[in-house]
Design a protein around this ligand. Structure first.
Ligand code: PEP
Length: 249
């Protein structure tokens, strides 16, 4: 079943004290909603965040994980480590991981497979760069990211996938895709999944939009029929703004 989701990606922001303060403020300001609300604090603050939100409906998710089970991968975190502290949803393929940490489609596909083998839920990110959009190549890029990252999955696996379309040119730039551009791409994504799988899989997967979503533009973006919510960066670090975005869904 397709659900509405608003997820906050805190990236490399907020130390332990700041994380707990933001969680407390956000919990106090959380509007009534039927949407799933998620936050992704830094790795070192995940366990304490899970404890902090024990009696809350807000889910704590991870920003990344490694594809290996365990072993000599200095600085990395495994899926089992996340599960062990009560985190069973993980963001995979964020554009910053792709751009700054060399995460290729092939690496991301391995991460997705490992996470799904552990029954984790994957929030898979993808989206085109500005040059791709300018040259009209954005649909091809998105199609190939989907194909390479996800299209070897079995049909059943799609129940554990959430998609986040994030045009790279709109992330952290203050420039948002227009609601029409977001809708156009989300509809294209559903058609691509229909062609590769089935209409029912395409219609049941939640597709979030990410890229400079703010309280002032959330309503219009979320009103589009194929937009099921948002992956929020900067605005998720301010409780009032994140709460307003959740209210908009
Ligand atoms: C993101 O990093 O996923 C993101 C959408 O960031 P921002 O909202 O700051 O553009």
């Amino acid at each position: 079943m397709r659900s509405k989701i608003v997820a906050g990606n805190w990236k490399m922001n907020k130390n332990l004290v700041e994380t707990e303060a933001l969680l407390t403020e956000l919990s106090a300001k959380l509007p009534d909603t039927d949407a799933e609300v998620m936050v992704a604090p830094a790795f070192v603050n995940l366990a304490s965040s899970v404890r902090h939100l024990e009696s809350s409906t807000i889910e704590v998710i991870a920003q990344n994980m490694h594809f290996a089970e365990s072993g000599a991968y200095t600085g990395e975190i495994s899926g089992d480590m996340l599960l062990n502290i009560g985190v069973d949803t993980v963001i995979i393929g964020h554009s910053e991981r792709r751009a700054y940490f060399g995460e290729t489609d092939e690496i991301l596909a391995k991460k997705v497979n490992t996470a799904l083998a552990k029954n984790m839920r994957v929030l898979f990110c993808f989206g085109e760069e500005l040059e791709d959009r300018k040259s009209g190549n954005h649909f091809n890029i998105v199609e190939s990211q989907l194909k390479n990252g996800l299209f070897s999955l079995e049909q059943n696996a799609w129940r554990h996938i959430v998609l986040a379309y994030e045009p790279v040119w709109a992330i952290g730039t203050g420039e948002t895709a227009s609601p029409e551009q977001a809708q156009e791409m989300h509809a294209f994504i559903r058609k691509t999944i229909t062609d590769a799988y089935t209409t029912s899989i395409a219609n049941n997967v939640s597709i979030l939009y990410g890229g400079s979503v703010k309280p002032g533009n959330a309503n219009e973006i979320f009103s589009k029929p194929d937009v099921d919510g948002g992956l929020i960066g900067g605005a998720s670090l301010v409780a009032d703004d994140f709460a307003a975005i959740i209210k908009a869904i």
